[in-house]
Each structure stands twice: as structure tokens, then as C-alpha cells.
Design a protein around this ligand. Structure first.
Ligand code: NAD
Length: 269
């Protein structure tokens, strides 16, 4: 396929559903060959459906099962990708989940699970990606950068979130992980950025939008007046993965309809 990501290979973690699916489809439309990652055998059929959509739009993709919190599985996913396509140009580190609880009820298991996937998973995936980018260096026919990493963060990298301490801590951690790697590897022409989605219509937050009452309460937090869609994030990911953003590194792009503009202050004070 032709497009701004032509000849490039992208791994999108957690791309059998939701935002990851939207990003995989958008990167593919922009010309990238995509690795669709899913975590468990039970999510294989969802990954197959994403593969079918990519194939139908004329793109190329493969499916790799990997739990991003497991070091060996992550290393295997990168080895398999490099074996299949020669290298990796783009990592979208998107896999994540919530396990919510009031703080004093939160178990160590809930804490470790969320930090293990949302934060340690990003460490493991970005480390493997950077090793490959450093090995290959810049190939001008592919991109002006040696590699691009997009960390899927959240507005909760800056907005505290009662009842979600593990999730907010994981996203706050991603912010400085991303900036630190960006600082360390900019001299090697590796760009590292985050996308911070606001409320995007996926199953992670269904109860926040799947009834009219819940949706209208949610909209009070969104000045732009609509809930986001996975395609909104897909478009931002294409921009951050392409040479159109060649001078951008270490930045969080908020794609949130203004959620981080503190709309509660609009008519108050
Ligand atoms: P989702 O549940 O549809 O997607 C999460 C994906 O991660 C799923 O495909 C799941 O199978 C995968 N996953 C979970 N554990 C994994 C593991 N150990 N290894 C590999 N994959 C694993 O929800 P989503 O909304 O699409 O979430 C995607 C990302 O976007 C998450 O990091 C989430 O925190 C972030 N985010 C979502 C919203 C939103 O409003 N939907 C807002 C801000 C941030």
C-alpha cells in the first residue's frame, strides 16, 4: 500500500480490540505492515477479525500472541516479527487494562496486575524495539528516524483518579518512562512520544457511555461535546509514526476533546 508509512513494519500491542484495533487499521491504511498482538488464546478470534479487515483494505498483517508483561514472550514477539519482515520501524505500546478498587480495598494482586501490564509491559516492549532500532539505524528509504515509539498513555497521566490508583500510577509512570527514553535516544534518531486519550468508546469504559444517563454525565467532562472513537486515536498514531512529525519527540499528544482543560472551571470562578 502507498502512504506515509510505506515499507515500514509496525507492532501494535493489544490490537485485537478497541484503540489498538483502530490504530492497527489506520497504520495499515497508511501503508505499514502490521503485527496484530493479542494476549491470550481466547482473544485469537478477535485478532482474526482485525486481520480480515486489514486484508480487505489491501494491507498486510500477521498475528502474534504475547502477554506484554512476560519478558520472554515479548522477546519472542520481536524475534518472530524480525524473522517475518526483517525489522521493526514502529512500536505502538497500547496494551492495557483496569482493575479498579477503592484504595483501601485494592489488593496487591490488582496493583501488580495493572502495573505489570500497563507499565512493565511498556518497558519490556520499548526496550526490545529500541534494541532493534539501534541495530538497524536510519534507512532513508524507510524513514528519517531510526524508529518511532508511541506509548498509549491516558489523560490520567495528569488527572488524578480516585478509585483507580493502580491505573493512574501506571499512566503517570508511562509519562516519565516515555520522556526519559526520548531524552536518551534522541541522539540516535529514535523518536518516542505518547498519546493520551480522553474518553474513547471501547469496552474498557463501557459503563461510562452505554446508557444515556452515563453518556450525558461523561459528556460533562468533554468540552468538545462528543465521546472519542478509536479512529481519532488511529489518526494521531499515523501522524506520530510518520516523518510528518519528524521534529517531535518526548511529547504527549492529548486526544481528549478538551478533557484536560478542566471544564468544571468554565463557569465557576
Ligand atoms: P480494550 O480493552 O479494548 O483494549 C485493551 C487491549 O489490551 C485488549 O485487546 C486486551 O486484550 C489487551 N491486553 C490486555 N492485557 C494484555 C497483555 N498482558 N498483553 C497483551 N495485550 C493485552 O480497551 P482500550 O480502550 O482499547 O484500551 C487500549 C489502551 O488505551 C489502554 O492502554 C488504555 O489504558 C488506553 N486508554 C483508553 C481510554 C479509553 O477511553 N478507552 C482512555 C485512555 C487510555
Amino acid at each position: 500500500m502507498s502512504g506515509s508509512l510505506q515499507n515500514q513494519v509496525a507492532i501494535v500491542t493489544g490490537s485485537s480490540s478497541g484503540i489498538g484495533e483502530g490504530v492497527a487499521l489506520a497504520l495499515s491504511k497508511a501503508g505499514a505492515t502490521v503485527v496484530i498482538n493479542h494476549s491470550r488464546a481466547s482473544s485469537r478470534s478477535e485478532a482474526d477479525a482485525v486481520l480480515a479487515k486489514i486484508t480487505a483494505q489491501g494491507g498486510q498483517a500477521i498475528i502474534i500472541q504475547c502477554d506484554v508483561s512476560q519478558e520472554q514472550e515479548v522477546q519472542q514477539m520481536f524475534a518472530q516479527t524480525i524473522q517475518a519482515f526483517g525489522t521493526v520501524d514502529i512500536l505502538v505500546s497500547n496494551a492495557g487494562l483496569q482493575q479498579d478498587a477503592a484504595f483501601t480495598d485494592m489488593t496487591l494482586e490488582q496493583w501488580n496486575k495493572v502495573i505489570g501490564i500497563n507499565l512493565t509491559g511498556q518497558f519490556l516492549c520499548t526496550r526490545e524495539a529500541i534494541k532493534e532500532f539501534m541495530r538497524r539505524g536510519v534507512v532513508p528509504s524507510r524513514s528519517t528516524a531510526a524508529g518511532k515509539i508511541i506509548c498509549m498513555s491516558s489523560v490520567h497521566e495528569v488527572i488524578p483518579w480516585a478509585g483507580h490508583a493502580n491505573y493512574a500510577a501506571s499512566k503517570g509512570g508511562i509519562k516519565l518512562l516515555m520522556q526519559t527514553i526520548a531524552q536518551e535516544f534522541a541522539p540516535h534518531k529514535i523518536r518516542v512520544n505518547s498519546i493520551a486519550p480522553g474518553a474513547i468508546r471501547t469496552r474498557i469504559n463501557q459503563e461510562a457511555w452505554n446508557t444515556p444517563a452515563a453518556a450525558s454525565k461523561l459528556l460533562e467532562l468533554i468540552p468538545y461535546g462528543r465521546i472519542g472513537e478509536a479512529e481519532d486515536i488511529g489518526k494521531a498514531a499515523v501522524f506520530l509514526a510518520s516523518d510528518d512529525s519528524d521534529y517531535i519527540t518526548g511529547t504527549t499528544l492529548f486526544v481528549d476533546g478538551g478533557m484536560t482543560l478542566y471544564p468544571g472551571f468554565a463557569g465557576n470562578g
